[in-house]
Design a binder for this molecule. Structure first.
Ligand code: FE2
Ligand code: FE2
Length: 261
């Protein structure tokens, strides 16, 4: 089929799925500098892009909801005023991210209610695991679970797997950069918090290691549950698992922690 006809099919046929062609079209964009998708229909998602955006956004929206609830809960458990104030600031930033993601869903005509269908069960379990610990007053587990594991996973996905989403529009790209910068701050706060508690001997190493192990199991399961989503993001599950683990190890090492997981 000639490219022109295939492109026409991509644009008009909701059942058309051809990520390879999508990559090819975007690679043409890179070469020519012409944003074909935007030129043909500004801010209107093509069918294949709609599927990609919906499946990816389901996980980003869920991640923001988990982080919003966790940072609000953790603020009340913070060991000092500075940490309390930072966690409230973080909560407001998570609410802003959530509002922006919802705004994008609306702009692209995607329903928030349909997102749960696309969510990996183990990804949904992150929130339950963290809130269970936070409700019991376990500040360290909340920081490990949210500020290191969930936010670290979000950073890896935003850095490694959003090239094609960015290619859809400059606005999406700017939005990703804006969220990414905040998430990097949130992870750095978690890293510094754990380091401080560790240096003061105010951290139960075995308990933190145990909860990190629980979260890492969920991350591995979540990665295994969404091969199609990862494929749409051009991510290979085994490579992503390796990269995410390396990212966590670096953060924990910076905090002076070494977990046998
Ligand atoms: Fe966020
Ligand atoms: Fe965050």
């Amino acid at each position: 089929m000639a490219l022109k006809n295939r492109l026409a099919k991509l644009l008009i046929d909701p059942a058309f799925r051809n990520p390879g062609l999508l990559k090819f079209i975007f690679s043409i964009d890179t070469v020519t500098g012409i944003d074909l998708v935007k030129t043909l229909s500004p801010f209107k998602l093509m069918p294949a892009s709609r599927s990609l955006f919906t499946r990816c956004f389901a996980h980003f929206v869920s991640g923001e909801e988990i982080s919003l609830a966790a940072s609000n809960g953790l603020a009340a458990l913070a060991p000092d005023r500075a940490a309390h104030d930072y966690l409230l600031l973080q909560a407001s930033e998570e609410a802003t991210h959530l509002e922006h993601f919802r705004d994008k869903l609306l702009a692209f005509g995607l329903g928030e209610m349909e997102l749960n269908r696309y969510l990996a069960p183990s990804f949904a379990a992150f929130g339950r695991a963290i809130s269970g610990r936070v409700e019991r007053g376990d500040y360290v587990a909340g920081i490990v679970g949210n500020n290191i594991v969930v936010e670290g996973l979000a950073i890896c996905l935003l850095e490694l797997g959003c090239g094609e989403m960015r290619a859809n529009s400059d606005e999406i790209s700017a939005f990703m950069d804006f969220v990414l910068e905040d998430e990097r701050h949130h992870v750095r706060f978690g890293e510094r918090m754990l380091k401080r508690l560790n240096e003061r001997d105010a951290l139960d190493h075995a308990a933190a290691e145990d909860f990190y192990g629980t979260m890492w199991d969920l991350v591995r399961k979540a990665i295994a549950e969404i091969p199609d989503v990862l494929d749409a993001m051009s991510l290979k599950p085994a490579q992503l698992e390796h990269d995410v683990k390396a990212y966590y190890d670096a953060r924990l090492s910076a905090a002076g922690l070494s977990f046998a997981v």
